[in-house]
Design a protein around this ligand. Structure first.
Ligand SMILES: [Mg+2]
Length: 385
C-alpha cells in the first residue's frame, strides 16, 4: 500500500456560549482535518488542533506531505521520525502538523489491520474513558448551577478555570462546594496567571475546598517557580502549558516541578508520543490527564484511544466537546454523563460527514484567545501578585 495524497480542511465550530478563562474568551473550536489517501482506496483521517491553523495547514501541505506521498503508511514510527528530524529546529510548530498526520496514519493502519487504534498503542487498559465537567469564569452562582447540572448528568469530576479575580475564584469554589457537596472532585486551572508568591498564597487559601490539583499556577517557562509553589502547598500541582513534548516532561521531572502532567497529543507530536509521556510519567511515579485544545470529534476520538490504552490516566480528562455546537463526524461521539465507551471499531472508529465538513470549513485567523480586547497597557502572564 502506498500513500497517494494528503488533503486538509480547516474547520471552525462555534461554542454554545463564550468561555472565559484567565487568558481570554473562547468563542469557537477549530481544527485542521487531515485525510491521507492510498492506492488501495483506504483513507486515514486525522486532526491537528493548534494555535495557528493557517501555518499548520501550510506545514502539512507544503513541508510534510512530501515525506508521506509514495510511502508505505504502515511504517508509522519511521515516517514520524523523518518528519520530526525535518522539523527539528522549528519543532514547536512542527508537532501540531505531525500530530494530525500521525493520527491519520494510525487510523489508516487500524483500518488496514482491522484493529482499533488503541490496539496499536498497546491494547485496551479500560472499557470507558472519563471526562470532567468543564467550568469557566462567570458569576459564582451561575458556575455553581452549571456544576450541579454536570453532576446531575453523571459527571464526578469538575475542572474550574480561575486566575482573573481572586475573590471571585474563592466565592465560585464556595458556591460549587455548596451545591455539589464534598464527594465530587474539583480541580482548578489558573493558566499561568499567578506570580509565584500569589500562587502560594492563593492555593493555601483555596485548599479548604479540597482541590484535586492545581493546573499551571505560574508561567510555563518558570520551572523553578513551579517547583517552589509545589514545595510550599499541600495540593498536588499539574504542569499544563509547561508540559508539551517528551523533552519538556524530562525538564519538569529534573526540576521536581509537578505531580501531574496535562498531556496534549497535539503538543506531544502524536498519539504514540503522548503514550510515551504517560509511560515516562508512570516510571517517575507521576500521573497524567488529557488536556483540551477544544478538539473536534476526530482528535477527541484519538484522545479516547490514548487514555483507553494507558494505565496512567487516573483522572477524568479535559474536553470542550459537549460545549461545542456541531462537529465534522457523521455521528456525534457518544459522550454521556462524562463517560465514553472505548471505541472498538477499526482505526479511530469514527467517520467524517463530508457535508458537515464542507459547511464548517473556515480558515481561522486566531481569535484573541490570549486576553480579551485589552486596550492600553499590555497584559502578561503571571500578572497577578
Ligand atoms: Mg490547563
Amino acid at each position: 500500500m502506498k500513500i497517494t495524497g494528503v488533503e486538509t480542511t480547516a474547520v471552525q465550530v462555534p461554542m454554545r456560549e463564550p468561555l472565559k478563562w484567565a487568558g481570554g474568551t473562547r468563542h469557537t473550536a477549530s481544527g485542521l482535518v487531515v485525510e491521507i489517501a492510498t492506492d488501495e482506496g483506504l483513507v486515514g483521517i486525522g486532526e491537528c488542533p493548534g494555535p495557528t491553523l493557517p501555518t499548520i495547514q501550510t506545514v502539512v501541505e507544503r513541508e510534510l506531505a512530501q515525506f508521506l506521498v509514495g510511502q508505505d503508511p504502515l511504517r508509522v514510527d519511521w515516517l514520524v521520525h523523518r518528519m520530526e528530524e525535518f522539523t527539528r529546529n522549528w519543532s514547536q510548530l512542527g508537532v501540531y502538523a505531525i500530530a494530525g498526520l500521525e493520527i491519520a496514519l494510525l487510523d489508516l493502519k487500524g483500518k488496514a489491520l482491522d484493529v482499533p487504534v488503541a490496539e496499536l498503542l498497546g491494547g485496551f487498559c479500560r472499557d470507558e474513558v472519563r471526562f470532567a465537567g468543564y467550568l469557566f469564569i462567570d458569576e459564582p452562582e451561575a458556575v455553581a448551577e452549571r456544576a450541579a447540572e454536570f453532576v446531575e448528568a453523571g459527571y464526578d469530576e469538575l475542572k474550574l478555570k480561575v486566575g482573573r479575580d481572586l475573590g471571585q475564584d474563592h466565592d465560585t469554589l464556595a458556591a460549587i462546594r455548596d451545591r455539589v457537596g464534598s464527594d465530587v472532585k474539583v480541580r482548578i486551572d489558573a493558566n499561568m496567571n499567578w506570580s509565584v508568591p500569589a500562587a502560594i498564597k492563593w492555593i493555601r487559601t483555596l485548599e479548604r475546598f479540597d482541590l484535586q490539583y492545581v493546573e499551571q499556577p505560574v508561567p510555563d517557562f518558570d520551572l523553578e517557580g513551579l517547583a517552589q509553589v509545589r514545595r510550599s502547598v499541600a495540593v498536588p500541582i499539574a504542569a499544563d502549558e509547561a508540559c508539551t513534548d517528551l523533552r519538556s516532561v524530562l525538564a519538569l521531572l529534573r526540576a521536581e516541578a509537578c505531580d501531574v502532567f496535562v498531556v496534549y497529543p497535539s503538543e506531544a507530536g502524536g498519539l504514540t508520543r503522548a503514550s510515551h509521556i504517560a509511560a515516562l510519567a508512570d516510571a517517575a511515579g507521576k500521573w497524567c490527564a488529557i488536556g483540551s485544545w477544544a478538539e473536534l470529534g476526530v482528535a477527541t476520538a484519538a484522545n479516547v484511544h490514548v487514555v483507553a490504552s494507558s494505565s496512567n490516566f487516573p483522572f477524568a480528562n479535559d474536553t470542550h466537546y459537549p460545549l461545542q455546537d456541531g462537529d465534522v463526524l457523521d455521528e456525534p461521539l457518544p459522550l454521556e454523563g462524562g463517560r465514553i465507551d472505548a471505541l472498538r471499531a477499526p482505526g479511530l472508529g469514527v467517520a467524517l460527514d463530508p457535508d458537515r465538513l464542507e459547511r464548517l470549513a473556515r480558515l481561522e485567523l486566531r481569535q484573541s484567545v490570549f486576553y480579551d480586547d485589552v486596550q492600553g497597557e499590555a497584559p502578561r502572564i503571571g500578572q497577578i501578585l
